[in-house]
Design a protein around this ligand. Structure first.
Ligand code: SF4
Length: 413
């Protein structure tokens, strides 16, 4: 199986027609790309653009504000995945602006790493209302649906409810592609989402838009195999959906996970922070599970909360970062007003946020350059010291080479 080094050599030999912009839509991909130093290792005409891959970054202000308000209520415990606790919203200055601040102000806020942990807290605190603030993409929402589905058999504690902020990944990509300026020439699709929903979910990128696409895992060689595949597709003008994560992302995905999602959730239009409403991009609990829905149980009014929580903090460019319109360090606040210690926007908080990932890799200075202008190396400046000390991913066996198109999704041949 080809190693990462072999894939790199193959990519370097490709006769690229010009700048090729490859978007990823997965925080895990962006972290692997950045930490392995792939931007510096690939030819400069290949631009690797982080896109909408961070569910915490797109969680709307009104949901965060609702969670903060619940946490401040007497007799309530709000539990959430850890990186959500520090995500700020633009609440009035006299009020806590994050769950962490709500906790400092006396609220009972607890980090969890799984839905089951939230349930354990509910069982252990029967005298309190335990609200599970669940923000995430398909891979995170499916276990929440599983918990609810199992609860219909085993029973869930009456003091347990869910403030759901689940999102589907592909509609954000569809929205970009339906716009006049999608901003990328090829897509590397998320392997973990494909594992749940099936790689075929990304066929529309090729079939409707004629854009090369490949599903990739998190390892360097899987990502490089996907880059090689989409670049070759660009050169040959023969787009198809490649699966470079075939050992894990099987055709059809995970039917059990999809069944519980369909059983428990409806797909509805949903607000994305700083971006607006994207049709068919949100999960909500079906009406029959309304008793578990914290919005129903505690009369949460998103429109009113939105007015109180406000928009993105002034100067924060997270929406454009999330949509791949600018690189993280093109935000004027990057590294100045906004750092992981003092985050202004969600992209600097979450482990899957592009600003946080770039900062963690050693990028420090804001740089002004345009996405798509062939400036990746200039934009992605890393201090010499950091560059020397940065761990490099060791080349290992590839999970899958690029392969010819499946007959069902051949196009433009
Ligand atoms: S650097 Fe901070 S303020 Fe700017 S886009 Fe990133 S998170 Fe938002």
């Amino acid at each position: 199986m080809p190693t990462a080094r072999t894939w790199l050599e193959r990519i370097r030999k490709l006769p690229l027609p010009g700048t090729v912009r490859v978007m990823n839509v997965c925080g895990g991909h962006e972290r692997s790309i950045t930490m392995a130093g792939l931007r510096g290792a690939l030819p400069p005409r290949i631009e690797l653009i982080p896109g909408p891959g961070c569910p915490v970054c797109v969680c709307p202000e009104e949901d965060i504000y609702a969670a903060i308000r619940l946490a401040r209520r007497e007799g309530f415990i709000v539990v959430a995945f850890g990186d959500m606790l520090r995500v700020p919203c633009n609440a009035p200055r006299a009020e806590p602006r994050s769950l962490e601040q709500a906790k400092a102000a006396g609220g009972d806020v607890r980090p969890v790493s799984s839905p089951q942990e939230a349930l354990v807290i509910a069982h252990a605190n029967p005298e309190k209302q335990v609200v599970f603030f669940a923000a995430g993409f398909e891979t995170t929402t499916a276990p929440v649906a599983g918990l609810v589905a199992r609860g219909s058999i085993d029973g869930l504690p009456s003091n347990f409810s869910i403030l759901l902020s689940g999102r589907l990944t592909w509609p954000a990509v569809a929205m970009l592609l339906d716009s006049d300026t999608p901003g990328f020439d090829a897509l590397v699709a998320p392997g973990h989402v494909s594992t749940v929903m099936g790689p075929e979910q990304w066929a529309f990128v090729v079939e409707k838009h004629g854009i090369p696409a490949a599903v990739a895992g998190f390892r360097t060689e899987s990502l490089l195999a996907a880059f090689y595949s989409v670049l070759r597709q660009v050169i040959e003008q023969r787009p198809f959906l490649d699966n470079c994560y075939s050992a894990v992302a099987k055709p059809g995905g995970n039917p059990t996970a999809q069944a519980v999602l369909n059983q428990v959730m409806d797909v509805t239009d949903a607000n994305w922070r700083g971006i607006g409403v994207i049709p068919g991009s949100g999960f909500t609990l079906k009406a029959e599970w309304g008793g578990l829905d914290a919005r129903v149980r505690f009369d949460i009014r998103p429109d009113e909360d939105r007015k109180r929580a406000g928009e993105m903090p002034p100067g924060c460019d997270c929406a454009r970062v999330v949509l791949g319109k600018i690189y993280p360090n093109q935000c004027a606040l990057f590294g100045r007003a906004c750092t992981p210690r003092n985050p202004i926007g969600p992209c600097m908080v979450s482990d899957e946020g592009a600003c946080r990932i770039w900062w963690a890799s050693g990028v420090r200075e804001p740089v002004v350059a345009d996405v798509g202008a062939g400036h990746t190396r200039d934009v992605f400046e890393i201090s010499e010291e950091t560059e020397k000390s940065r761990p490099r991913a060791a080349p290992t066996a590839s999970e899958s080479p690029a392969r010819p198109p499946p007959a069902s999704i051949k196009k433009n041949q």
